[in-house]
Design a protein around this ligand. Structure first.
Ligand SMILES: Cc1cc2nc3c(=O)[nH]c(=O)nc-3n(C[C@H](O)[C@H](O)[C@H](O)COP(=O)(O)O)c2cc1C
Length: 330
């Protein structure tokens, strides 16, 4: 029987479902929509570089803007040097972070070159120094998000996972893919779940969960304490509520989903909360995923991609919705 919550230090995550950090996607607008449906036990920011974080103005920074409804909210740090940690962690505490997550899984060339993400995961001594420093600076619940490593090497994976627990982490998010595996490849839920045998902090599995049936399969193959969901949250922001009501007894509103209404709500949140020059890129990124709700969704994504302004994008989207009434995949 699956537990209906897990604990990250003093934070109870209930239901045991976490929004994955996603650059350009897990900002205030999407988090607000997800919170409206409910069922997500812990929201996330996107990765926030420790060095620039301290200079960001939380009232206008698209990375830090948030509303009261977006809670509990975990902030993800991208860091590679112990000396950058103290001011960044202090900042996150001031911002009201419910938890701090360290990015150890991003393999983007720019991130690797900066010695962060996977590059930090691979450099044992620097990894120890950075993780120790975060643990020393804060009593907030502290997690890390990792991949499985460069190759399916059980020994090495076990060594690193145990190391993180020994250094004082409160929970571990595991994206069930090797370092260079693409997001389209089937996830290795069973391999990731081996971590459950080696450590006693909660293990939350991520990767390739797009439906209730994926959620069930992932839990049974991995034995995880909880699930972390990324892209599907931008396709179906109600996915947490669906999974939580079916698997964890969460009371969800069974109302039919109004996709155009949801899209316009997202649009309006961008307009009301984000500086003008920060809106259109975020609308395009969201549309790329949301369009998957329609069989001809690529037409919606391509139309919005070409738009030169928010108004233009909205009109093109409305045109698409009108032409495609009744074709939704929900
Ligand atoms: C657009 C995009 C941005 C991402 N940004 C981040 C990030 O900032 N930090 C991070 O740890 N992972 C990031 N990821 C990886 C996701 O958190 C997640 O591990 C990945 O999408 C697999 O989960 P999914 O199959 O549920 O989407 C990003 C993924 C996408 C698609």
């Amino acid at each position: 029987m699956q537990n209906t919550c897990f604990h990250i230090g003093h934070l109870s995550v209930k239901p045991p479902l976490v929004l994955a950090p996603m650059a350009g996607l897990t900002h205030s607008a999407l988090r607000t929509i997800i919170s409206g449906f409910g069922g997500c036990g812990l929201l996330s920011t996107e990765m926030l570089p420790a060095r620039s974080l301290v200079a960001e103005n939380p009232n206008v920074s698209p990375f830090l803007i948030r509303s009261e409804a977006e809670k509990p909210l975990s902030y993800q740090l991208l860091a590679g040097r112990p000396e950058d940690i103290e001011p960044a962690v202090k900042r996150l505490e001031e911002l009201g972070a419910a938890a701090i997550d360290l990015n150890l899984g991003c393999g983007a060339p720019k991130v690797r070159r900066a010695g962060c993400g996977i590059a930090l995961w691979e450099d044992r001594s620097r990894l120890v120094a950075v993780v120790r420093q975060i643990r020393r600076c804060t009593r907030l619940p502290f997690t890390a998000k990792i991949r499985l490593g460069p190759a399916p090497d059980e020994e090495k994976f076990m060594e690193r996972v145990k190391l993180l627990e020994d250094l004082g982490l409160d929970a571990l998010y595991i994206h069930a893919r090797l370092d260079r595996e693409s997001f389209s490849r089937p996830p290795r839920w069973e391999f990731a779940g081996m971590a459950k045998e080696w450590i006693s902090i909660p293990v939350i599995i991520n990767g390739g969960i797009f439906s209730l049936s994926d959620a069930k399969k992932c839990l049974s193959q991995s034995g995880a304490d909880g699930l972390m969901i990324g892209r599907a949250a931008a396709v179906k922001p109600w996915i947490f509520s669906d999974i939580a009501s079916s698997l964890f007894g969460f009371e969800a509103d069974p109302e039919k989903k109004d996709l155009p209404g949801l899209y316009l709500e997202f649009y309006q949140l961008l307009v009301s909360r984000f500086p003008e020059e920060r809106r259109l890129g975020r609308l395009k990124e969201f549309t790329h995923h949301f369009a998957r709700n329609y069989p001809f969704g690529n037409r919606l994504a391509m139309a919005v991609q070409r738009a030169g302004s928010m108004e233009h994008a909205r009109n093109l989207a409305l045109e698409f919705f009108e032409k495609n009434v009744g074709t939704e995949r929900i």
